[in-house]
Design a protein around this ligand. Structure first.
Ligand SMILES: [Fe+2]
Length: 330
């Protein structure tokens, strides 16, 4: 059936729970407007402000799982002011190992506490045998792995009792066994499971550069009615390859992809990711609102990509990752 779908470009949608009505309009999920990732560096500033300047926030779920301290207090306070979305980096949904039921249980508990508009994670695997690599690693793109991912997404959605939103990853290598393009894989996954898509246009830009494909073609081939959110960010140009670092302003080519994506979706929630060299909060918001400026017909920002050999960043508050960064920057 999947081979037929690749030829015809569509499939019959099968759902374990009733998504039929929601699918008519991006799964019934709203356009939240313009948001930023909530990061601990900005907690003191935000807790002193009446007006947080943005329409909504995205959090990294893992930073608040098992955290009952000040961070949870801040995120709950922000959730009472603005809509919130939970974005994960450790679901490990593409792993060949069993799904981590304890992780899913904690994720569901956090969702019950924060009432996010939706929950997202990546088309990737992150570890095996209880080892978390803290890297979003590519999966093989074959009929077999597509069927496997369809079952995994269905299982998670059934357990979470809500559609999962899947983000396209940035990748630096790919399997020679691949038989399906990433855009076809995501399209079929969305159509078969009813999941939503988080389109990271910066990740498309990064992967297109690294693998030599057409970023605009990628975006045009996706099922736009399933896209509920867009990520924008600034990557790092390392010469022969591009790395998804989220450490600088959004470059002009990514703004062009953003405009294309919004014209195809009809307008979905926009989120600026910034995870290293994080600017002061007002500067972050200034960068975010360039998106609004562009969609209102304004000029494109002319941001040049910085070139460097050193590039590493993470949104996780992790001692393990900090030690890696210290080694790399030493
Ligand atoms: Fe992203």
């Amino acid at each position: 059936m999947i081979q037929d779908s690749l030829r015809t470009g569509h499939t019959g949608t099968r759902c374990h729970f009733d998504l039929q009505k929601k699918q008519q309009n991006r799964l019934g999920l709203p356009n939240l407007g313009y948001g930023v990732g909530l990061r601990s560096q900005h907690f003191p500033y935000l807790m002193q402000q009446e007006d947080v300047l943005v329409d909504w926030f995205e959090i990294i779920s893992e930073n608040f799982i098992g955290n009952y301290g000040y961070g949870r207090h801040v995120v709950k306070t922000m959730a009472e002011k603005k809509p919130l979305v939970m974005h994960g980096v450790s679901m490990n949904i593409g792993s060949s190992g069993a799904l981590d039921t304890e992780y899913l249980k904690q994720l569901k508990e956090l969702a019950q506490y924060l009432q996010p508009k939706w929950i997202s994670d990546h088309l990737c695997w992150t570890g095996l045998l209880h080892v978390n690599t803290h890297d979003l690693l590519p999966i093989p793109l074959t009929e077999e792995s597509l069927q496997y991912m369809i079952e995994r997404v269905r299982t998670v959605q059934d357990y979470m009792e809500r559609p999962l939103v899947i983000e396209n990853p940035s990748t630096y290598l790919e399997f020679s066994q691949n038989t399906i393009t990433e855009w076809d894989f995501l399209r079929l996954l969305a159509l078969e499971t009813g999941c939503g898509l988080l389109l990271d246009v910066n990740n498309v830009f990064v992967s297109a550069f690294n693998h030599g494909y057409d970023a605009e073609h990628y975006i045009r081939q996706l099922p736009h009615e399933h896209i509920v959110q867009i990520h924008i960010a600034g990557p790092t140009h390392c010469g022969d390859y591009m790395i998804d670092t989220h450490d600088q302003p959004v470059p002009t080519p990514v703004w062009h992809l953003y405009q294309l994506a919004q014209s195809l979706t009809g307008g979905v929630s926009t989120l600026l990711e910034w995870d290293a060299n994080i600017p002061e909060y007002p500067t972050l918001v200034e960068e975010l609102f360039k998106a609004k400026h562009i969609l209102n017909g304004g000029f494109f920002p002319t941001e040049q990509l910085k070139k460097t050999k050193k590039a590493l960043s993470t949104p996780l508050s992790s001692p393990h990752y900090n030690s890696i960064e210290n080694e790399r920057t030493a």
